[in-house]
Design a protein around this ligand. Structure first.
Ligand SMILES: [Zn+2]
Length: 274
């Protein structure tokens, strides 16, 4: 499933190739997604200039000089740039956006993602999907003081608090395990019992893990824009995730795996304190 870093790398790739370009056409081969795609996308976007693409959580906001697209990659979606506008179409290639001699193709085998049109940026931003999101992890809004204060109200474990997306977006299961390891915090620790000092370490760790993943993805950006290459999902050099029974890279203790709310959690019982 595409996580925040993959979505951000996708955004960076698209911005680099098609920002500032005029949309010269759109082809919609399938409309049935989590939200239905507009059949008349070609008319809606014809001759519209793409001013910028922003990201909020895992949503991409395509700002045109007339209208806005909101897209999500769901469970299996990709957005790829092709250098030939007549690139061969395969089964799950559902929507094409043409930008002169470049083609942006939305492919989504499971169709849990979507691409919808809103007449204005304001109407896109006011959608409940966006307004309910927690703060962006890589901004100043995500800081120890505010996060600590938020967690006082929390009743569950720190892992649940992070995965809920209520306080901060984009900390998926892998990034959660990895950040908690770097911060030396046991995933089962009650979120409202962690000191400000340790929360501060956690905030830094989350930013570090996500940023490293984006940079790693950025370095494989050429795969992302190629017409045939599989879009890379970036396997970080994990410290704990997927390493059950293997020695901790810091202290050598075997990494433990537990299940919390149906999700696997990996941690070092020695390095990560309650
Ligand atoms: Zn350890």
């Amino acid at each position: 499933m595409p996580e925040l870093p993959e979505v951000e790398v996708t955004r960076l790739g698209l911005v680099k190739r098609v920002r500032g370009k005029k949309c010269t056409g759109a082809v919609v081969r399938e409309t049935r997604f989590r939200k239905p795609a507009p059949e008349n996308l070609n008319e809606l976007l014809s001759e519209a200039t793409l001013i910028d693409i922003r990201r909020r959580g895992k949503y991409l906001i395509w700002i045109f000089d007339k209208g806005t697209l909101l897209s999500h990659l769901g469970m299996s979606g990709t957005l790829r740039v092709y250098e030939q506008t007549d690139a061969e179409v395969s089964k799950h290639d559902h929507i094409d956006l043409l930008f002169g001699d470049l083609l942006v193709r939305y492919r989504d085998p499971r169709r849990f993602g979507f691409m919808i049109y809103k007449p204005s940026l304001a109407s896109a931003l006011s959608m409940p999907e966006l307004t309910k999101l927690g703060v962006e992890p890589l901004t100043k809004d995500f800081n120890p003081k505010t996060f600590y204060k938020e967690l006082r109200k929390s009743t569950g474990s720190i892992k649940e608090a992070l995965l809920s997306g209520k306080h901060v977006v984009g900390v998926g299961n892998i990034y959660c395990s990895e950040s908690l390891f770097l911060a030396g915090i046991r995933p089962t620790t009650k979120a409202n019992k962690i000191s400000l000092k340790r929360i501060s370490k956690l905030v830094d760790s989350i930013k570090e893990v996500l940023q490293a993943s984006i940079e790693l993805g950025g370095s494989t950006l050429k795969d992302f824009v190629s017409s045939d290459g599989s879009q890379g999902y970036y396997t970080l050099n994990n410290n704990v995730y997927g390493r059950e029974g293997l020695p901790c890279k810091k202290c050598g203790s075997p990494i433990k795996k537990i299940v919390q709310n149906g999700r696997s959690t990996f941690f070092c019982p020695n390095c990560q304190k309650r």
